[in-house]
Design a protein around this ligand. Structure first.
Ligand code: UDP
Ligand code: MG
Length: 313
Protein backbone atom coordinates (compact mmCIF):
# COMPACT_ATOMS: atom_id res chain seq x y z
CA UNK A 1 0.00 0.00 0.00
CA UNK A 2 1.54 3.35 -0.94
CA UNK A 3 1.95 5.74 1.97
CA UNK A 4 2.38 9.03 0.14
CA UNK A 5 3.70 12.24 1.65
CA UNK A 6 0.14 13.36 2.25
CA UNK A 7 -1.15 10.44 4.25
CA UNK A 8 -4.02 11.15 6.58
CA UNK A 9 -4.25 9.81 10.11
CA UNK A 10 -7.65 9.50 11.73
CA UNK A 11 -8.06 9.53 15.48
CA UNK A 12 -11.27 7.89 16.71
CA UNK A 13 -12.41 8.71 20.23
CA UNK A 14 -15.46 7.02 21.76
CA UNK A 15 -16.81 9.24 24.52
CA UNK A 16 -19.49 8.88 27.14
CA UNK A 17 -19.86 11.78 29.54
CA UNK A 18 -16.33 13.10 29.10
CA UNK A 19 -17.06 16.86 28.97
CA UNK A 20 -14.03 17.65 31.09
CA UNK A 21 -11.67 15.32 29.23
CA UNK A 22 -12.25 16.03 25.55
CA UNK A 23 -10.50 19.43 25.54
CA UNK A 24 -7.33 18.18 27.27
CA UNK A 25 -7.35 15.17 24.95
CA UNK A 26 -7.76 17.39 21.92
CA UNK A 27 -4.89 19.63 23.08
CA UNK A 28 -2.68 16.61 23.68
CA UNK A 29 -3.37 15.25 20.20
CA UNK A 30 -2.61 18.63 18.64
CA UNK A 31 0.63 18.84 20.64
CA UNK A 32 1.66 15.41 19.41
CA UNK A 33 1.12 16.50 15.82
CA UNK A 34 4.30 18.56 16.05
CA UNK A 35 6.05 15.25 15.58
CA UNK A 36 3.83 14.29 12.66
CA UNK A 37 3.94 17.38 10.42
CA UNK A 38 3.76 15.38 7.21
CA UNK A 39 0.37 13.90 8.05
CA UNK A 40 -3.05 15.36 7.55
CA UNK A 41 -5.26 14.99 10.62
CA UNK A 42 -8.79 13.92 11.31
CA UNK A 43 -10.19 13.63 14.82
CA UNK A 44 -13.52 11.87 15.11
CA UNK A 45 -15.37 12.03 18.41
CA UNK A 46 -18.20 9.56 18.75
CA UNK A 47 -20.55 10.70 21.50
CA UNK A 48 -22.09 7.49 22.77
CA UNK A 49 -25.21 9.05 24.28
CA UNK A 50 -23.63 11.44 26.79
CA UNK A 51 -25.95 13.22 29.18
CA UNK A 52 -23.50 15.99 30.11
CA UNK A 53 -21.95 18.75 27.98
CA UNK A 54 -19.83 16.39 25.87
CA UNK A 55 -21.68 17.06 22.63
CA UNK A 56 -21.49 20.84 23.14
CA UNK A 57 -17.77 20.45 23.67
CA UNK A 58 -17.37 18.46 20.46
CA UNK A 59 -19.43 21.04 18.56
CA UNK A 60 -17.29 23.90 19.81
CA UNK A 61 -14.10 22.04 18.87
CA UNK A 62 -15.59 21.49 15.44
CA UNK A 63 -16.22 25.24 15.07
CA UNK A 64 -12.60 26.13 15.64
CA UNK A 65 -10.97 23.16 13.93
CA UNK A 66 -12.28 21.76 10.65
CA UNK A 67 -10.31 18.54 11.15
CA UNK A 68 -12.65 17.62 14.01
CA UNK A 69 -15.72 15.53 13.27
CA UNK A 70 -18.48 14.55 15.64
CA UNK A 71 -20.99 11.73 15.57
CA UNK A 72 -23.70 11.72 18.20
CA UNK A 73 -25.57 8.53 19.03
CA UNK A 74 -29.26 8.70 19.86
CA UNK A 75 -28.55 6.92 23.12
CA UNK A 76 -25.79 4.91 24.76
CA UNK A 77 -25.05 1.98 22.46
CA UNK A 78 -21.76 0.96 24.05
CA UNK A 79 -18.12 1.61 23.33
CA UNK A 80 -17.76 -1.14 20.72
CA UNK A 81 -20.56 0.40 18.67
CA UNK A 82 -18.96 3.84 19.06
CA UNK A 83 -15.64 2.47 17.79
CA UNK A 84 -17.44 0.78 14.90
CA UNK A 85 -19.10 4.07 13.90
CA UNK A 86 -15.81 5.94 14.18
CA UNK A 87 -13.96 3.42 12.03
CA UNK A 88 -16.68 3.60 9.38
CA UNK A 89 -16.50 7.39 9.32
CA UNK A 90 -12.69 7.54 9.26
CA UNK A 91 -11.03 8.35 5.96
CA UNK A 92 -7.41 8.06 7.09
CA UNK A 93 -4.71 5.79 5.70
CA UNK A 94 -4.35 4.64 9.27
CA UNK A 95 -6.85 4.98 12.10
CA UNK A 96 -6.01 5.18 15.79
CA UNK A 97 -8.65 4.42 18.39
CA UNK A 98 -8.05 6.05 21.75
CA UNK A 99 -10.10 6.43 24.93
CA UNK A 100 -11.47 9.88 25.66
CA UNK A 101 -10.51 9.86 29.33
CA UNK A 102 -6.73 10.48 28.90
CA UNK A 103 -5.83 7.00 30.14
CA UNK A 104 -4.21 6.26 26.79
CA UNK A 105 -1.19 8.56 26.35
CA UNK A 106 -1.43 10.39 22.99
CA UNK A 107 2.39 10.79 23.13
CA UNK A 108 2.51 7.19 21.96
CA UNK A 109 0.86 8.04 18.64
CA UNK A 110 4.12 8.91 16.77
CA UNK A 111 5.62 5.58 17.88
CA UNK A 112 2.52 3.77 16.63
CA UNK A 113 2.76 5.60 13.31
CA UNK A 114 6.41 4.60 12.97
CA UNK A 115 5.55 0.98 13.63
CA UNK A 116 2.83 1.24 10.99
CA UNK A 117 5.29 2.75 8.51
CA UNK A 118 7.64 -0.11 9.27
CA UNK A 119 5.06 -2.46 7.80
CA UNK A 120 2.66 -3.31 10.62
CA UNK A 121 -1.05 -3.17 9.85
CA UNK A 122 -2.03 -3.35 13.48
CA UNK A 123 -0.14 -1.63 16.27
CA UNK A 124 -1.52 -2.44 19.70
CA UNK A 125 -1.10 -0.40 22.81
CA UNK A 126 -0.43 -2.80 25.63
CA UNK A 127 -0.80 -1.44 29.13
CA UNK A 128 1.52 -2.53 31.86
CA UNK A 129 0.00 -0.88 34.89
CA UNK A 130 -2.83 -3.15 35.81
CA UNK A 131 -1.81 -2.68 39.43
CA UNK A 132 -3.59 0.66 39.52
CA UNK A 133 -7.04 -0.91 39.31
CA UNK A 134 -8.83 -2.03 42.43
CA UNK A 135 -8.74 -5.66 43.49
CA UNK A 136 -12.19 -6.69 42.16
CA UNK A 137 -11.37 -5.39 38.68
CA UNK A 138 -7.91 -6.95 38.70
CA UNK A 139 -9.22 -10.29 39.83
CA UNK A 140 -12.07 -10.37 37.32
CA UNK A 141 -9.77 -9.29 34.51
CA UNK A 142 -7.25 -12.00 35.45
CA UNK A 143 -9.95 -14.66 35.62
CA UNK A 144 -11.62 -13.46 32.46
CA UNK A 145 -8.48 -13.64 30.33
CA UNK A 146 -7.51 -17.01 31.79
CA UNK A 147 -10.92 -18.57 31.17
CA UNK A 148 -11.47 -16.80 27.90
CA UNK A 149 -8.21 -17.93 26.36
CA UNK A 150 -8.98 -21.45 27.47
CA UNK A 151 -12.17 -21.55 25.43
CA UNK A 152 -11.70 -18.97 22.69
CA UNK A 153 -10.82 -19.74 19.10
CA UNK A 154 -8.92 -16.43 19.02
CA UNK A 155 -6.90 -15.67 22.16
CA UNK A 156 -6.39 -12.13 23.48
CA UNK A 157 -3.43 -10.95 25.50
CA UNK A 158 -4.15 -9.60 28.97
CA UNK A 159 -3.33 -5.90 29.08
CA UNK A 160 -4.39 -5.40 25.48
CA UNK A 161 -6.47 -2.28 25.13
CA UNK A 162 -8.56 -0.33 22.69
CA UNK A 163 -5.63 2.01 22.12
CA UNK A 164 -4.74 0.67 18.73
CA UNK A 165 -3.65 1.68 15.24
CA UNK A 166 -5.24 0.00 12.24
CA UNK A 167 -4.09 0.34 8.65
CA UNK A 168 -6.63 1.19 5.96
CA UNK A 169 -6.93 -2.41 4.81
CA UNK A 170 -7.67 -3.58 8.35
CA UNK A 171 -10.32 -0.88 8.77
CA UNK A 172 -11.81 -1.89 5.41
CA UNK A 173 -11.87 -5.49 6.57
CA UNK A 174 -13.66 -4.45 9.80
CA UNK A 175 -16.14 -2.30 7.90
CA UNK A 176 -16.96 -5.22 5.63
CA UNK A 177 -17.94 -7.46 8.54
CA UNK A 178 -21.72 -7.59 8.79
CA UNK A 179 -21.82 -9.02 12.32
CA UNK A 180 -23.50 -6.76 14.83
CA UNK A 181 -21.77 -7.84 18.03
CA UNK A 182 -18.30 -6.66 17.17
CA UNK A 183 -15.54 -6.90 19.71
CA UNK A 184 -12.70 -5.01 18.14
CA UNK A 185 -9.89 -6.31 20.31
CA UNK A 186 -10.75 -9.83 19.18
CA UNK A 187 -11.35 -8.88 15.58
CA UNK A 188 -7.93 -7.26 15.42
CA UNK A 189 -6.46 -10.67 16.29
CA UNK A 190 -8.86 -12.48 13.99
CA UNK A 191 -8.09 -10.54 10.78
CA UNK A 192 -4.43 -11.52 10.87
CA UNK A 193 -1.97 -9.15 9.13
CA UNK A 194 1.42 -8.16 10.52
CA UNK A 195 1.15 -6.52 13.92
CA UNK A 196 3.29 -4.95 16.59
CA UNK A 197 2.72 -4.08 20.18
CA UNK A 198 3.85 -1.06 22.18
CA UNK A 199 3.77 -0.97 25.96
CA UNK A 200 2.58 2.02 27.89
CA UNK A 201 1.68 2.90 31.43
CA UNK A 202 -2.03 3.48 31.77
CA UNK A 203 -2.68 6.76 33.52
CA UNK A 204 -5.33 7.78 35.95
CA UNK A 205 -8.56 8.87 34.37
CA UNK A 206 -8.53 12.60 33.54
CA UNK A 207 -11.77 13.24 35.31
CA UNK A 208 -15.00 11.46 36.08
CA UNK A 209 -15.45 7.75 36.69
CA UNK A 210 -15.07 4.65 34.58
CA UNK A 211 -18.32 3.68 32.93
CA UNK A 212 -17.25 0.08 33.21
CA UNK A 213 -18.60 -1.16 36.46
CA UNK A 214 -18.49 -4.90 36.97
CA UNK A 215 -22.11 -5.16 35.88
CA UNK A 216 -21.30 -3.49 32.58
CA UNK A 217 -18.26 -5.68 32.05
CA UNK A 218 -20.41 -8.78 32.13
CA UNK A 219 -22.25 -8.11 28.84
CA UNK A 220 -18.88 -7.28 27.27
CA UNK A 221 -17.43 -10.59 28.44
CA UNK A 222 -20.52 -12.38 27.13
CA UNK A 223 -20.10 -10.70 23.77
CA UNK A 224 -16.46 -11.73 23.61
CA UNK A 225 -17.28 -15.32 24.52
CA UNK A 226 -20.23 -15.75 22.20
CA UNK A 227 -18.44 -14.15 19.26
CA UNK A 228 -15.37 -16.30 19.44
CA UNK A 229 -15.64 -19.26 21.77
CA UNK A 230 -16.92 -22.49 20.29
CA UNK A 231 -14.89 -24.77 22.52
CA UNK A 232 -17.56 -25.02 25.27
CA UNK A 233 -19.93 -26.45 22.68
CA UNK A 234 -17.40 -29.00 21.50
CA UNK A 235 -16.70 -29.76 25.15
CA UNK A 236 -20.32 -30.90 25.59
CA UNK A 237 -19.78 -33.54 22.94
CA UNK A 238 -16.54 -34.71 24.52
CA UNK A 239 -18.12 -34.88 28.00
CA UNK A 240 -20.95 -36.92 26.46
CA UNK A 241 -18.52 -39.42 24.96
CA UNK A 242 -16.61 -39.75 28.23
CA UNK A 243 -19.81 -40.24 30.26
CA UNK A 244 -21.12 -42.86 27.82
CA UNK A 245 -17.95 -44.90 27.86
CA UNK A 246 -17.75 -44.60 31.64
CA UNK A 247 -21.43 -45.62 31.95
CA UNK A 248 -21.00 -48.68 29.73
CA UNK A 249 -17.85 -49.83 31.53
CA UNK A 250 -19.47 -49.32 34.95
CA UNK A 251 -22.73 -51.03 34.00
CA UNK A 252 -21.10 -54.09 32.50
CA UNK A 253 -18.42 -54.22 35.18
CA UNK A 254 -21.02 -54.18 37.95
CA UNK A 255 -23.22 -56.73 36.17
CA UNK A 256 -20.22 -59.02 35.74
CA UNK A 257 -19.33 -58.69 39.42
CA UNK A 258 -22.92 -59.30 40.49
CA UNK A 259 -23.53 -62.41 38.39
CA UNK A 260 -20.10 -64.00 38.41
CA UNK A 261 -18.44 -62.95 41.69
CA UNK A 262 -20.79 -61.85 44.46
CA UNK A 263 -24.50 -61.58 43.73
CA UNK A 264 -25.42 -60.12 47.14
CA UNK A 265 -22.70 -57.42 47.25
CA UNK A 266 -23.92 -55.42 44.21
CA UNK A 267 -27.46 -54.07 44.57
CA UNK A 268 -29.76 -53.41 41.66
CA UNK A 269 -29.79 -49.63 42.38
CA UNK A 270 -26.03 -49.43 41.83
CA UNK A 271 -26.37 -51.02 38.41
CA UNK A 272 -29.19 -48.62 37.63
CA UNK A 273 -27.04 -45.66 38.70
CA UNK A 274 -24.27 -46.78 36.35
CA UNK A 275 -26.83 -47.08 33.56
CA UNK A 276 -28.01 -43.53 34.31
CA UNK A 277 -24.45 -42.29 33.80
CA UNK A 278 -24.46 -43.99 30.39
CA UNK A 279 -27.86 -42.50 29.59
CA UNK A 280 -26.71 -38.98 30.57
CA UNK A 281 -23.75 -39.49 28.30
CA UNK A 282 -26.12 -40.19 25.41
CA UNK A 283 -28.06 -37.00 26.16
CA UNK A 284 -24.85 -34.96 26.25
CA UNK A 285 -23.85 -36.45 22.91
CA UNK A 286 -27.23 -35.46 21.45
CA UNK A 287 -26.79 -31.89 22.75
CA UNK A 288 -23.21 -31.88 21.52
CA UNK A 289 -24.21 -32.90 18.01
CA UNK A 290 -26.85 -30.17 17.95
CA UNK A 291 -24.22 -27.70 19.19
CA UNK A 292 -22.03 -28.54 16.23
CA UNK A 293 -24.83 -27.39 13.95
CA UNK A 294 -25.41 -24.38 16.17
CA UNK A 295 -21.77 -23.36 15.82
CA UNK A 296 -22.05 -23.76 12.06
CA UNK A 297 -25.27 -21.72 11.97
CA UNK A 298 -23.76 -19.02 14.19
CA UNK A 299 -20.74 -18.76 11.92
CA UNK A 300 -23.01 -18.42 8.90
CA UNK A 301 -25.09 -15.74 10.62
CA UNK A 302 -21.95 -13.83 11.62
CA UNK A 303 -21.18 -13.97 7.92
CA UNK A 304 -17.50 -13.24 8.28
CA UNK A 305 -15.50 -13.77 5.12
CA UNK A 306 -13.81 -17.17 5.12
CA UNK A 307 -10.47 -15.54 4.43
CA UNK A 308 -8.77 -12.15 4.11
CA UNK A 309 -6.07 -11.77 1.48
CA UNK A 310 -2.84 -10.11 2.60
CA UNK A 311 -1.38 -9.60 -0.87
CA UNK A 312 -1.19 -11.04 -4.34
CA UNK A 313 1.59 -10.87 -6.90
N1 UDP B 1 -17.23 4.78 26.59
C1 UDP B 1 -18.19 4.83 25.60
N2 UDP B 1 -19.38 4.19 25.80
C2 UDP B 1 -19.64 3.45 26.93
C3 UDP B 1 -18.64 3.39 27.92
C4 UDP B 1 -17.45 4.06 27.72
O1 UDP B 1 -17.98 5.45 24.55
O2 UDP B 1 -20.72 2.89 27.05
C5 UDP B 1 -15.95 5.48 26.38
C6 UDP B 1 -15.49 6.36 27.53
O3 UDP B 1 -15.99 7.66 27.40
C7 UDP B 1 -13.98 6.31 27.37
C8 UDP B 1 -13.73 4.90 26.85
O4 UDP B 1 -14.95 4.48 26.25
O5 UDP B 1 -13.54 7.24 26.41
C9 UDP B 1 -13.30 3.97 27.95
O6 UDP B 1 -14.28 3.93 28.96
P1 UDP B 1 -13.94 3.84 30.51
O7 UDP B 1 -12.85 4.79 30.87
O8 UDP B 1 -15.24 4.00 31.22
O9 UDP B 1 -13.45 2.34 30.62
P2 UDP B 1 -12.15 1.76 31.37
O10 UDP B 1 -11.02 2.69 31.11
O11 UDP B 1 -12.53 1.67 32.79
O12 UDP B 1 -11.96 0.42 30.71
MG1 MG C 1 -10.90 4.63 31.19
Amino acid sequence: MPHGAHSTLSIVVPVLNEERNIFPLYEAVIAVWQELPEYAREIIFVDDGSTDGTWNGISSLKRKDASVKGIRFARNFGKESAIEAGLRAASGDAVITIDGDLQHPPELIPKMVHAWKAGNDIVRGHHTTIARHGFPKRATSFLFYRLFNLISDTPIVRGSSDFCLFSRRVVDAFDALPEKQKFHRLLSEWVGFPSASISYEARERGSGRSAYTLTKLFPLARRAIVSSATKPMSAILIIGCILSVLGVVLTFGLLYYKYFVDYEYIGGAVVLAAFVVFNNGLLFIAFGVMSLYQIAIYREVQNRPSYIVRETV
